[in-house]
Design a protein around this ligand. Structure first.
Ligand code: HEC
Ligand code: HEC
Ligand code: HEC
Ligand code: HEC
Length: 205
């Protein structure tokens, strides 16, 4: 058998191998191009950098808002009464309540992982997005990069994930507005109540 004949035998095999590798490589590439899922890392990680007085101490501001206590609210007699009416035994163990009262669970049934303690209630990542990929100093210092890595600068829409009629204590007339009306959620007022500023950029560094 000459070398040329060998090539003839090999050809179909080479085509087959080529076809098979395309079948394998294509899905791998498609997967790699799909947007990466960012993971949740817990408020303890944000606290490492965001508890500094000279940077505005966003951690302490948050710790003094209702959001940090949202899990404990589910342990009150009021919560138990509401839950009982819905056939829920223990609201502190029910995803139906925890999906808005903690960062651990999502409305669509998703679980953000056991690093996220329900006791921390509604923490930073519920509003700012899962921190795994933006939490590094060199990323956090560049707003554009941080946003690309999953950081969210919240808007009213962010709040509406939870402040909406699916809440069992939803009240369409909860907030007063400056023009004398009442609405369910008046964003400017609510934003003011949770405000946590950071000094101007020059001071940050
Ligand atoms: C390694 C330290 C570090 C960690 C960890 C960290 N941050 Fe930051 N973060 C910073 C610094 C420094 C800035 C200010 C960057 C600047 O603009 O100069 C910042 C800025 C921000 C901003 C304002 C946006 C911006 O880019 O200026 C938000 C919002 C924020 N951080 C949220 C979080 C959250 C939520 C977590 C936890 C998931 C977190 N950070 C973890 C250091 C950190
Ligand atoms: C993951 C769900 C969730 C998101 C997102 C969320 N909240 Fe809340 N919020 C709650 C829960 C639950 C409570 C009640 C906490 C409690 O009393 O235990 C609450 C309470 C509050 C309160 C306290 C009300 C009071 O009378 O003391 C304010 C203010 C508030 N939210 C503002 C906001 C703003 C502004 C945003 C958006 C930037 C927002 N929330 C996003 C779940 C959420
Ligand atoms: C769709 C989101 C959502 C779900 C689900 C939810 N809550 Fe809440 N809950 C909220 C928000 C938002 C507030 C704060 C209301 C505000 O200040 O606008 C709140 C406040 C409360 C309060 C404090 C009283 C009040 O209205 O301020 C209790 C008690 C409570 N919820 C119990 C429960 C129980 C029990 C469950 C489960 C059966 C549950 N919640 C499920 C969003 C939710
Ligand atoms: C209930 C929603 C909510 C929670 C929880 C929350 N934030 Fe924010 N955060 C906001 C909003 C709203 C803004 C203002 C966005 C804007 O002005 O565009 C903000 C702004 C910031 C900024 C920028 C402030 C500035 O002056 O530039 C930092 C830094 C920040 N948050 C860090 C944190 C950290 C760290 C935590 C947790 C300890 C946290 N946030 C928890 C809603 C939230």
């Amino acid at each position: 058998m000459t070398f040329n004949n060998n090539i003839h035998i090999m050809k179909p095999i080479i085509y087959l191998v080529a076809a098979l590798s395309i079948l394998i490589i294509l899905p791998v590439q498609t997967f790699a191009r799909a947007p990466k899922r960012h993971n949740y890392i817990s408020v303890e990680m944000c606290k490492l950098c965001h508890k500094k007085k000279e940077l505005g101490d966003q951690y302490d501001v948050w710790a003094n808002t209702a959001h940090s206590k949202a899990f404990y609210t589910l342990g009150t007699p009021e919560a138990e009464k509401i839950a009982a009416k819905l056939g829920i035994k223990n609201p502190q163990q029910s995803r139906e309540c925890l999906r808005c009262h903690s960062t651990r669970y999502e409305s669509d049934g998703g679980d953000n992982g056991e690093d996220i303690h329900v006791e921390d209630g509604v923490q930073c990542e519920s509003c700012h997005g899962p921190g795994e990929d933006y939490m590094y100093l060199e990323v956090m210092e560049d707003m554009k990069e941080a946003t690309d890595m999953g950081l969210v600068m919240p808007t009213e829409e962010t709040c509406r994930k939870c402040h909406n009629p699916e809440s069992p204590t939803y009240n369409p007339k909860r907030d007063p507005t400056p023009d004398g009306k009442t609405v369910d959620f008046y964003y400017p007022l609510r934003k003011k109540k949770i405000e946590h500023h950071m000094p101007i950029k020059e001071i940050r560094k």
